[in-house]
Design a protein around this ligand. Structure first.
Ligand code: FES
Length: 361
């Protein structure tokens, strides 16, 4: 799965799969309410993924299990460990549990890696990475990957934080930038840290700043990650500047808002609200009646069957299950590969049964 540089294969091709749990090997505080958790595999298998992909972690919080999706902050060029950097927001349950309880030596189940937000294979390009808050993680992974590859890195890295103390992995980035002149770092903060001098940029990223930071931004491939309003503001800014949006990529764990004309065209069977359907969960020996407009995930929940889920709109791949017979109508957002579909897998959150369906669940 790695890119053109295969640093990820071990001699016996022992590549980690999510059938094996992860063992936490390090917890590093990065900023207030933010830490990097690194993991190894118990078997010694190495990690293969594309920079920018994510993992879904199964977190045993009080009261039940939650599945949270986190972008991988480590780089596949360093395949012995895999890391996520998480920030607890007010009201976070799973991330709060990680910060308060997850310690080196503890085992945790993960699903993935998955996701299509990544660098193009092979091509050497000029990049403009734009991030805010914990949305720095994919840019961090991509930048480390390009740095480790060692040639032709041309990255302008722009990160927006509330205060300087909130900038995640600042030293790691500065260490890389100090050795590669074509990696340029720009941090923009809204407020200074108390009693600390800040000599970087202040305010919010705007058209004037982007021109000063990267005069050649029109030639750069933009990767953007951060809270939805931030990404919307960046998109609008770039559109207003005449940027070619075919070169724009953004990561998001919230449902994409589709324009009428962007809605997928269905050339297969359309679910019928009136039509009845049924789903047999073969391993659980449960069959549930439903309609063709119910999702497999909702029917499973109603029948008391747990299918792990994360995003619930077809991006993260957490809810992948094997279909053994019948047809479903699936409209996903990139969370499943064509190979998996050919092998009979579906995403439960965005698949609706057409008639009688049987699953290996
Ligand atoms: S829960 Fe994320 S793809 Fe179904």
């Amino acid at each position: 799965m790695g890119l053109d540089m295969d640093l990820t294969a071990s001699a016996d091709d022992g590549i980690w799969t999510d059938a094996e749990p992860l063992v936490c090997c390090a917890v590093v505080p990065e900023a207030p309410n933010t830490a990097t958790f690194s993991f190894v595999s118990p078997s010694g298998a190495q990690f293969s993924y594309d920079p920018g992909q994510f993992l879904t972690l199964e977190l045993p919080v009080p009261g039940g299990t939650v599945w949270n999706t986190y972008t991988i902050s480590s780089s596949p060029s360093r395949p012995l460990t895999i890391a996520v950097t998480v920030k607890a927001q007010a009201g976070s349950v799973g991330t709060r549990w990680m910060l308060d309880h997850l310690q080196p030596g503890m085992k945790i189940k993960a699903i993935g890696p998955a996701g299509i937000f990544s660098l193009p294979r092979k091509e050497q390009k000029k990049y403009l990475f734009i991030s805010a808050g914990s949305g720095i993680t994919p840019s961090l992974s991509m930048t480390t990957y390009l740095y480790d590859r060692g040639t032709n890195i041309d990255v302008t890295f722009v990160h927006c934080a509330h205060r300087p103390q909130d900038i995640i992995a600042r030293q790691r980035l500065e260490q890389m930038a100090s050795r590669v002149p074509s990696l340029k770092l720009f941090f923009i903060v809204e407020e200074d840290d108390p009693y600390r001098v800040w000599t970087g940029l202040r305010g919010r990223l705007n058209q004037l700043m982007i021109g000063l930071i990267a005069g050649d931004y029109l030639d750069r491939e933009v990767y953007c990650c951060g809270p939805e309003p931030f990404m919307n503001a960046v998109r609008e800014m770039l559109i207003a500047l005449g940027y070619d949006m075919d070169l724009y990529h953004q990561e998001s764990f919230t449902a994409p808002v589709k324009e009428e004309e962007q809605l997928p065209e269905h050339d297969d069977v359309i679910p019928d609200e009136e039509a009845s359907a049924s789903i047999a969960f073969a391993r659980s020996e449960v069959t549930a009646d439903c309609t063709e407009t119910d999702t497999v995930l909702a029917v499973a929940r109603g029948a008391g069957i747990v299918i792990p889920s994360g995003c619930t709109f077809g991006v993260c791949g957490t809810c992948k299950v094997k279909k053994t017979s019948g047809e479903v109508h699936m409209v996903h957002n990139g969370g499943i590969s064509e190979d998996d579909i050919d092998d009979g897998y579906i995403l439960a959150c965005c698949s609706k049964p057409i008639g009688a369906v049987e699953l290996d669940v």
